[in-house]
Design a protein around this ligand. Structure first.
Ligand code: GDP
Length: 314
């Protein structure tokens, strides 16, 4: 079974990690949100891409969910001492990634090629594609009329402003990475990882070309919400502020026109009838991934459910 996953950072990385341990590189790849990308201290930062690559390269920091393991903070400490912007923390080893990426982008190398080469150095076997090579930026429009860059909203303001809507600037001029598009064409199943639907999966689907192709494939999503709450981050808060009660069925409804199957947690079992009423096959299990064993266990269940979607055995 050939599978393509769409993912953001933290939640997506956990399931992608589990799937990568079960599937060979020719059968599995991941397309990652770059709407969260931004420039900091003139460096080009791709937070979701790095979280996925560091995780697949076994060098992620499980305590933070971002950055590298065994990190040191010498440069950051000096930047702070010099009065530089210290709200976005960059470790010394992590800085090497951003320096290389910024340098190579400046030389005209596309982000997808830079990512491929970094992955080779990190020993990542499965293909990781940025959603596009063109810069796309998620702008958070707030209830008090401000428009904030995503990292300003997410890190500096700790998701406190009330969101009104999102805009993905540059999206009209963005193009799917050709290799990623080909992998979708050849795939049997597309998986929407348990990532933030608004700001991790929606930007990928908004790159002209992906959605149309994905709509022709069986698509399965794993809920990022459990009992109406996000495991981490502002997804549930965003649903509420946008006027939708956060729940597993709200996520299924978000992706409704694409979904063949939906995986959600036992605690949300009461929503099964509603979801199946939309002709979406449901699978209820424990979707919290606290450790690597959980990741592989859930990934196995995703694959079995995926097979049954393909053969319509349910
Ligand atoms: P971000 O860009 O780093 O915020 O990454 P994502 O969008 O991929 O991840 C955020 C989402 O992942 C949140 O909505 C979380 O609820 C979800 N998430 C995190 N850990 C888990 C988990 O163990 N299980 C599930 N089902 N969702 C998770």
């Amino acid at each position: 079974m050939k599978i393509v996953a769409l993912a953001g950072g933290v939640g997506g990385a956990k399931l992608v990690d589990g799937l990568s341990r079960l599937l060979p590189p020719e059968d599995f790849c991941v397309i990652v949100n770059t709407g969260d990308d931004f420039e900091h201290l003139s460096l080009k930062i791709s937070p979701d891409l790095d979280t996925i690559c560091y995780t697949l390269g076994n060098r992620d920091n499980p305590k933070t969910g971002w950055g590298l393991e065994d990190e040191t903070w010498v440069v950051f400490k000096h930047i702070a001492e010099l009065g530089g912007p210290d709200w976005f923390r960059l470790g010394d080893k992590d800085l090497a990634t951003h320096l290389i990426r910024t340098h190579q982008l400046g030389q005209g190398k596309p982000l997808s090629e830079i990512t491929r080469d970094l992955c080779t150095h990190w020993g990542v076997r499965h293909a990781v594609f940025p959603m596009c090579d063109e810069p796309v930026r998620t702008i958070v429009h707030t209830a008090d009329g401000k428009s904030l860059g995503f990292q300003e909203y997410f890190v500096l303001l700790r998701c406190q402003p009330e969101v009104k809507f999102f805009r993905f600037t540059g999206i009209e001029d963005s193009k799917p990475v050709p290799h990623a598009l080909r992998r979708i064409e050849e795939s049997d199943l597309v998986i929407l990882a348990p990532s933030n639907p608004w700001v991790s999966i929606d930007p990928i689907l908004a790159v002209p070309g992906y959605r149309k192709l994905i709509a022709q494939k069986p698509v399965l999503a794993v809920s990022p919400l459990i009992g109406g709450k996000a495991v981490k981050g502002p997804a549930a808060k965003m649903y509420r502020e946008l006027g939708v009660q956060p729940s597993a069925s709200a996520v299924a409804e978000h992706y409704r026109d694409l979904l063949s199957g939906f995986i959600f947690d036992h605690v949300d079992r009461k929503e099964l009838e509603k979801i199946e009423g939309w002709r979406i096959m449901s699978y209820v299990t424990d979707i919290l991934m606290n450790n690597k064993v959980d990741r592989v266990r859930l990934a196995k269940e995703v694959l079995v459910f995926g097979e049954s979607i393909l053969s319509r055995r349910f």
